[in-house]
Ligand binder design. Structure first.
Ligand SMILES: Nc1ncnc2c1ncn2[C@@H]1O[C@H](COP(=O)(O)OP(=O)(O)O)[C@@H](O)[C@H]1O
Ligand SMILES: [Mg+2]
Length: 347
């Protein structure tokens, strides 16, 4: 069992809270991402789970073992936590060939040479590097080096795999194909994965659930669709995907948007001032009908869609139009707009 239970974990560096009262249960076999902007505490949290960093407060359990309990003297060192970890920087050893890099954790564990060879070969096969065993890291591409790091993390057959921005140093195409490979490996091996990233598309694509962090504090824990469609607050709405923010006033099931001179029905559980958020793909443009008028300010061709700026009075809205062709609208043209999914947060 590699369930991970994190209770009220805090990490202070001097007076700065890098992580503040982090609470989460990651289930056995689950793929969970910790997502947030740079500096929000993701790496610090992951390093505390791995045992490379000591928590200032709180408790961490992996399976049925408490590995860290601040103030209680319980601290299990990394090598005894039975986890695999992959870093953004690969961290493969330049003076060792691929085989020796991957075999290293088994050597430390004093696994007999015969078995070491067998398990290393197996781990290399998992990441499709069988042919590269004799090469040195400087004879490999970035993607291949990252595979070495992945094989090394998996060779000791850990139940829990921790990944810290493992794909950020790769080019876009390779990054996308590696997403699938990591997902496949996770399923095949039944691993519990905690995946740290600042890339929301990556977190969306790979995770069973996402933990959104901001300034050391968890903002929301949920499945990707909920995070995207029902963000817990405006910070999450802003960080995940694109949004137009408008000032609003909620009363009797209606939100008044005075900035753009319209009101919309809206079911929320509060009244009063609101920050209203609408995603660019949730506003429809039409030549013939809609709830309000706007004027095309500019547009960008994105191949599968058109990225438009549309002015409504003094307010400029960003709209992603997937329906019509780029040539359909001219700059300065008057159009109709209709709002789809609208989100609102109390101010
Ligand atoms: N060893 C350290 N000493 C002091 N401050 C640190 C240390 N490590 C991280 N921090 C601070 O903790 C905060 C969170 O950092 P980090 O966990 O690396 O964020 P992320 O991985 O989300 O980019 C940042 O403000 C960072 O400067
Ligand atoms: Mg980091």
């Amino acid at each position: 069992m590699a369930e991970v239970r994190i209770s009220s974990v805090t990490k202070k560096f001097g007076e700065v809270y890098a992580v503040n009262k982090f609470d989460a249960v990651i289930r056995d076999g689950e793929f969970v991402s910790i997502l947030g902007p740079s500096g929000c505490g993701k790496t610090t949290m992951l390093r505390m789970i791995a045992g490379f960093e000591k928590a200032t407060g709180g408790e961490i359990a992996i399976g049925d073992q408490i590995v860290s309990k601040a103030g209680n003297g319980i601290f299990v060192p990394p090598e005894k936590r039975h986890i695999g970890m992959v870093f953004q920087s690969y961290a493969v050893w330049p003076h060792m060939n691929v085989f020796d890099n991957v075999a290293y954790p088994l050597k430390i564990q004093k696994v007999p040479p015969e078995e070491r060879k067998e398990r290393t070969t197996k781990a290399l096969a998992l990441v499709h590097l069988e042919e590269y065993a004799a090469r040195f890291p400087n004879q490999l591409s970035g993607g291949q080096q990252q595979r070495v790091a992945l094989a090394r993390a998996l060779v000791a057959a850990p139940g829990l795999l921790l990944l810290d921005e493992p794909l950020s140093n790769l080019d876009a195409k390779l990054r996308e194909s590696m997403r699938f490979e990591i997902k496949d490996l996770q399923k095949k091996l039944g691993l519990t994965v905690i995946y740290v990233t600042h890339d929301q598309a990556e977190a969306m694509a790979m995770s069973d659930r996402i933990i959104v962090m901001y300034k050391g504090v968890i903002q929301q824990v949920d499945v990707p669709t909920k995070i995207y469609e029902h963000p817990a607050n405006s910070t999450v709405a802003d960080f995940i995907g694109l949004v137009n923010f408008l000032d609003g006033e909620v009363k009797d099931g209606v939100v008044q948007l005075s900035q753009i001179g319209c009101s919309l029905p809206l079911a929320v559980n509060f009244t009063g001032p609101a920050l209203v958020a609408v995603r660019p793909e949730h506003i429809e443009i039409s030549k013939t009908s809609g709830t309000l008028r706007g004027k095309i300010v500019s547009k960008l061709y994105l191949g599968d869609s058109t990225d438009c700026r549309v002015a409504v009075g003094d307010t400029v809205l960003r709209i992603i139009d997937r329906g019509a062709s780029f040539e359909n609208y001219a700059d300065g043209e008057e159009v109709y707009l209709t709002f789809g999914h609208v989100m609102a947060f109390p101010k």
